[in-house]
Design a protein. Structure first.
Length: 580
């Protein structure tokens, strides 16, 4: 999954070249290990003969081989770290690109548990997955190459091994190879049986860590409301619950790793003497010299080290697999989120002639039934101002999202004006992107789209925010620097700057104070007199600005939005209770 995703990114070619370079270095390193293994026999034979001249010569050979291997190891480490970096760059870029397809992130956030904490999946999980993938992938390739290389050495050394038992001679060709296979298979099976629970435990821990992080960020973002309500103790208790869940999941991992250590460490100690024990029969039968025994033992060590790769890395593999499942399931959810619209009944969206927005037979589904526009066909012309009055109990925000295309669940048809932008202003505090005030006002366009300071200054002064003109290029956290009413005024300054042909608002006028509301109405009556306005609100928001009133009411025979089965479906309201 990770290679396929990264291959389609802008660093795909670089990643493939880095993988090829790593494989070539591993092959070169394996060749150096073979030379080092062959060096064992003449070196230890010179010791057994007490041949000082040969001993010193072999020391020189050793330093040449070791020096070359050192260079290869350093180069491989650099390539490994660079590959991790490029993999993460490619994977995160692809995930963010797929996640931020228009409206997809919003749909995913409303698609159940999979939409929770996407930041954790794209940040921590993606980083961990890339690091573990490179480490495990490199180790597996290296172990495979060493295994293929030194199995031949072991087979050659022990190809004619035989022993006598009960007067009969038994031959075991390549017995050191079979001994290595039996030894490693036993360790691998024991490791799997003891450590297999670590996969689920690691996945659970990542989920609990994400919940804890999200709760801490949420408290940090709402410190003023928490302090005013005196809710510190309750928030502390809530965070403590998340922390206890993290600690419980971590304790399971600690217990699993501890049990696994009995196997890995136990076989690790045995491995220190196992090569000599297996090679000893060759020496005592006189088939090889002492140097040959040391060469055979070194080759046996390389083979069982390669075969023990699974044992030594089982906990890491469990961590990698848990991380892979989280990232893969998130990407699958992102790519299939659009399919949520393929339900029993959805709103149809189309583009019509410019200068006209048409809504036909609109019903908006929710978990409590659905709402509908009393007027079965609503046609809004360019420059017209419409107020949608919401009856008590209706979902004004869902209607706003349905008209904006964020909430397609329901019935009916929305025909938007082709080639004309619609500026959406949701309920509550408007979104303030990070950046300079100039960038905030120009959002979502680039600041260069409005080249002169006079354009920004006029928009700010018109909304009573003239004090901000001098800090247009200051980079602050604006949703903390500005009061709520100033943030709303800034949103209308942005509308004035952009001058969109259409504006859709969710009960925004009800949140404006008297002076700001007068400024907004004045702007729509003068600078933006040709801008069409659709405002969803209540009776208190009625103003001479609006030329027509449309009504949002409860639907008598409605559709209900039901997400209890994983994939969202729509069922008639009278069946919803049975489904739940």
């Amino acid at each position: 999954m990770i290679v396929a995703a990264v291959k389609s990114s802008h660093v795909g070619r670089t990643v493939l070249l880095l993988i090829l370079a790593v494989v070539l270095l591993i092959l070169a390193n394996a060749y150096g290990q073979v030379l080092l293994n062959r060096w064992n026999q003449p070196f230890y034979d010179s010791l057994s003969r007490r041949d000082l001249e040969a001993f010193l010569f072999q020391l020189g050979v050793f330093f040449m081989i070791a020096g070359s291997l050192l260079v290869l190891n350093v180069a491989q480490r650099w390539l490994d770290e660079t590959l991790k970096l490029k993999l993460r760059e490619g994977l995160v870029s692809v995930l963010v690109k797929e996640w931020l397809v228009p409206r997809r992130a919003f749909w995913l956030a409303n698609a159940g548990q999979m939409g929770v904490n996407p930041d954790q999946r794209m940040h921590e999980d993606a980083r961990n997955l890339c690091d573990l993938s490179v480490a495990l992938g490199t180790g597996l390739v290296q172990a495979s190459v060493l295994l293929a290389t030194f199995v031949g050495v072991l087979w050659a050394v022990s190809s004619d091994f035989s022993f006598e038992l009960g007067g009969r001679v038994y031959a075991i060709p390549g017995f050191m190879v079979w001994a290595a296979l039996i030894y490693s298979a036993t360790a691998s099976l024991l490791s799997y049986r003891v450590g297999r629970s670590l996969i689920a435990s690691n996945a659970e821990r990542y989920g609990r860590e994400a919940d804890l992080r999200f709760s801490l960020v949420r408290v940090s973002e709402h410190l003023d409301g928490i302090a005013l309500a005196g809710g510190e103790a309750q928030e502390r208790r809530r965070i403590q619950l998340y922390l206890e869940a993290v600690l419980l999941a971590t304790r399971r991992i600690v217990r699993g790793n501890t049990n696994l250590t009995w196997v890995t460490a136990g076989f690790g100690w045995i491995t220190g003497i196992a090569p000599i024990l297996v090679a000893a029969p060759l020496y005592f039968t006189g088939r090889v010299t002492f140097g040959g025994v040391m060469m055979a033992a070194a080759a046996f060590t390389q083979v069982i080290s390669a075969l023990r790769w699974f044992v030594d890395n089982f906990s890491t593999i469990a961590d990698w697999r848990a991380t892979l499942l989280r990232v893969a399931s998130f990407r699958r959810a992102v790519l299939t989120t659009d399919m949520l619209r393929q339900v029993e009944s959805t709103i149809e969206y189309a583009e019509g002639e410019p200068g006209k927005l048409v809504v036909e037979n609109l019903e908006v589904a929710s978990t409590q039934g659905s709402d509908m526009l009393a007027e079965r066909r609503v046609e809004v012309r360019a420059g017209e101002r419409i107020l949608i009055l919401a009856a008590p109990g209706t979902e004004k925000t869902l209607l706003f999202r349905a008209l904006a295309g964020l909430w397609p669940w329901g019935a009916g048809r929305v025909i938007r004006p082709a080639g004309e932008s619609i500026f959406y202003l949701p309920r509550g505090t408007p979104y303030m992107p990070r950046g300079t005030l100039r960038e905030v006002l120009a959002y979502p366009a680039k600041a260069e789209s409005f080249p002169t300071d006079a354009q920004y200054a006029y928009a700010l002064c018109r909304m009573g925010l003239g004090r901000l003109v001098s800090i247009l290029d200051a980079q602050l956290v604006w949703d903390r620097e500005l009061r709520q009413e100033e943030q709303l005024a800034l949103a209308f300054a942005r509308i004035l700057l952009h001058g969109p042909p259409w504006v859709l608002m969710d009960n925004t006028f009800g949140a404006l104070d008297g002076e700001t509301l007068e400024r907004v109405i004045s702007i729509f009556n003068h600078e933006l007199e040709h801008t069409s306005v659709i405002h969803i609100g209540s009776a208190e928001a009625h103003d001479p600005l609006f030329s027509r009133v449309v009504h949002l009411v409860k639907s008598p025979v409605a559709l209900a939005y039901d997400g209890s089965h994983g994939a969202e479906v729509l069922v008639p309201a009278r069946k919803a209770a049975a489904v739940k």
